[in-house]
Design a protein around this ligand. Structure first.
Ligand code: CUK
Ligand code: CUA
Length: 646
């Protein structure tokens, strides 16, 4: 290798070349050959070196048609026939759309979109009265990570937590209603990225701020990045209150927890403290931060805390050296993902700019905190898995599956063999690599992040789809690929196009998820609406009346039952602020109504036995029809009424 470029530059060049090579008609074969020609063997040679001496069964590049052929598939049934149900719920992040999605696995059918940080025209979310209190005027978000609440190491079917990287928020969705019920701001944070809940019980949810800023960020220290810091925030998963924060010097990327409630983990790239790309990638070493929760909570209880700026949240300052609060395990440069194996033994951390994953033995961390061994001594394996490793999933059979961004493969490797190889034994931990199309980000496997990992389905969330789908213009769909993990060789069985831009997904056994079929009115939205109605002595489920609240303020209460609103006309004055409450008194599964006020930009959804409300201004005189936009009955088109504005 006479290439004089730095490793970092090789990676960037390789990536640029691959992207440049992509065209709607390129196959993976010419895609790779162009890339390797352009980088002159630099990064690609290194990628080969990563597999040296192994019996890697890297599959030959395939065209889409070959890879997708499923005749003679001896693995799991992956087609879900009409009328049949999927075995798993997939909870998908929605990236820049700001939403959360539910897919069925293995069908990969999109079953639902749950608006979280975005507004949604179909349901009125973000514009109805209750959800406006959640969003507080913001209408965009960037969701990356989706995790469900746990009890005893398995999903308990109560909540989904999801981050917003754009506005440093954490949201919670209730699984019974499948609606967002809480959104909180995370103080002193920017780029809230990795989140992870505790697994022994529904306890704390940890949130990493990826971007370092001056603390407080009020105009001071702007030119002195050495004073920038990042926060590891603990949120109570029940009350959604921010409990405490730990301030550290490095930026924090992905997050994970152990299974016992002792530690939380954060990958730290940019230990250099740089503010430019060059500076951030200068060192060959970064860290996996290990937070000792008992010691942090003791420090908080003892008042060894500070506050930052306007925030009242107690902050423990753990900048600088290793301490009883935080230990920094050195790992190769710029780690990205960290995932804990289903047996709770290992935290696996991926070196984005190193072809390795580092396996940290969690049982050794007590000795690290006790000062008996060095942090690095907790690393028990470091297999070379390919170029650009990002995230690792598990099958519960002792194997890891790491997504390899630059090589566009999933690498299956054996944890035990990796540990033995690291100890000097001549054994190759790499079992197999399978091509994915193309540039995989996250991967995850069925129940992988629980102690019930079952090793059936693996998804690879690919960032580029190129020639895999019909060309729909410059913005292509992403490609989420489904892989059967039960066959002798990993088998790609399905491509699923997805809209911008899922990062992470979790795949959950369906018996663990039991949503309502009609609303039970026990959620925060109904408490909010019932409190408003109580001001007027109104029972939402039976009342149809107009209540004047002031010279320019009117409330309209109505019920609906297919195919009619029980208020078919109401009168207001021009300029009135009108707050319409609609209660759907149908007690029937899948019988949603809506309320759309013509020419007033008002539209919202009301599910069976639920209430929703919307406030708007009756800004002009005349007759305006409101109608039900959700098909609910043979006479659905007749489900309407008139607002008379005088
Ligand atoms: S991140 Cu996107 S590929 Cu935000 Cu979890 Cu790794
Ligand atoms: Cu109610 Cu359509």
């Amino acid at each position: 290798m006479s290439d004089t470029r730095s490793r970092k530059q090789q990676i960037i060049d390789s990536l640029d070349a691959q992207i440049a090579a992509a065209s709607p008609h390129s196959t993976r074969r010419n895609f790779l050959s162009v890339a390797s020609a352009l980088v002159g063997g630099g990064a690609v040679a290194w990628s080969m070196a990563g597999c040296e001496g192994g019996t890697t069964t890297t599959t030959a590049p395939k065209t889409g048609a070959t890879a997708a052929k499923s005749a003679g598939h001896e693995g799991l049934e992956y087609e879900v026939a009409p009328g049949k149900l999927d075995d798993y719920y997939g909870f998908w992040s929605g990236g820049q759309s700001g939403e959360l999605r539910i897919l069925g696995v293995p069908s990969m059918r999109e079953l639902k979109r749950i608006p979280v940080f975005n507004t949604d025209a179909a349901t009125g979310y973000g514009r109805d009265d209750w959800s406006k209190t959640l969003l507080k005027g913001k209408v965009s978000g960037d969701t990356h990570h989706v995790h469900l609440s746990y009890t005893d190491g398995v999903y308990d079917g109560r909540y989904v937590y999801v981050n917003d990287k754009a506005q440093a928020r954490l949201a919670r969705v209730r699984i019974d209603t499948m609606e967002t019920d809480t959104i909180i701001d995370l103080p002193n944070s920017q780029g809230t990225h990795g989140i992870f809940p505790q697994r022994h019980k529904t306890g704390l949810v940890f949130c990493n701020s990826e971007f370092r800023t001056p603390q407080p960020n009020d105009g001071r220290d702007m030119d002195d990045p050495t004073k920038y810091a990042a926060l590891h925030t603990a949120v109570d998963g029940e009350t959604m209150e921010v409990k405490w924060q730990v301030m550290v010097e490095g930026n924090l990327d992905l997050c994970a927890t152990d299974y016992e409630g002792k530690y939380s983990f954060a990958c730290c790239y940019n230990s250099e403290g740089g503010v430019t790309l060059e500076q951030m990638m200068a060192n060959d070493q970064d860290y996996l931060y290990v937070f000792n929760l008992a010691n942090i909570e003791a420090a908080v209880a003892a008042g060894k805390t500070m506050t930052i700026g306007d925030s009242k949240v107690p902050v423990v300052d753990a900048r600088g050296d290793n301490s009883p609060l935080v230990q920094r395990v050195p790992v190769p440069k710029s780690p990205h993902g960290v995932n804990v194996s289903p047996d709770g033994k290992y935290a696996v951390c991926s070196g984005k700019l190193s072809p390795t994953v580092s396996v940290v033995d969690i049982s050794k961390l007590a000795d690290v905190f006790a000062g008996k061994i060095k942090p690095r001594d907790a690393v028990v394996a470091e297999p070379e898995v390919g170029l650009g490793p990002l995230h690792t999933a598990f099958d519960g059979r002792g194997n890891g599956y790491t997504s390899i961004f630059i090589d566009s493969v999933m690498t299956k490797w054996n944890i035990d063999k990796a540990i033995r190889a690291y100890a000097g034994e001549k054994v190759d931990p790499i079992i197999e690599k399978i091509d994915v199309h193309y540039q995989v980000g996250h991967c995850n496997a069925s129940m992988s992040e629980t102690k019930d990992a079952d090793g059936k389905w693996l998804v690879a969330l690919c960032k580029f789809s190129k020639d895999r789908f019909l060309n729909v213009g410059p913005l292509h769909p992403e490609n989420d690929q489904l892989i059967d993990m039960t066959t002798e060789h990993l088998k790609l069985v399905k491509d699923e196009s997805t809209y911008s831009e899922p990062h992470d997904a979790v795949i959950v056994r369906r018996d663990l998820i039991n949503p309502l079929k009609v609303m039970d009115r026990k959620d925060k939205r109904h408490a909010f609406l019932e409190a408003l109605a109580a001001e007027d002595g109104v029972d939402l489920k039976s009342t149809n009346k107009v209540v004047r609240k002031g010279p320019h303020k009117v409330r309209v209460y109505m019920t609906s039952q297919a195919p009619a609103y029980n208020t078919t006309n109401f009168e207001v004055k021009q300029g009135d602020e009108v707050q319409v409450f609609v209660t759907n008194i149908d007690n029937v599964e899948d019988l949603s109504h809506g309320f759309c006020m013509s020419l007033h930009d008002v539209n919202f959804l009301i599910n069976s036995q639920g209430t929703n409300s919307f406030t708007f201004t009756a800004d002009r005189k005349g007759v305006f029809w409101y109608y039900c936009p959700w098909f609910c009955h043979a006479l659905h088109l007749e489900m309407r009424g008139r607002m008379l504005v005088s």
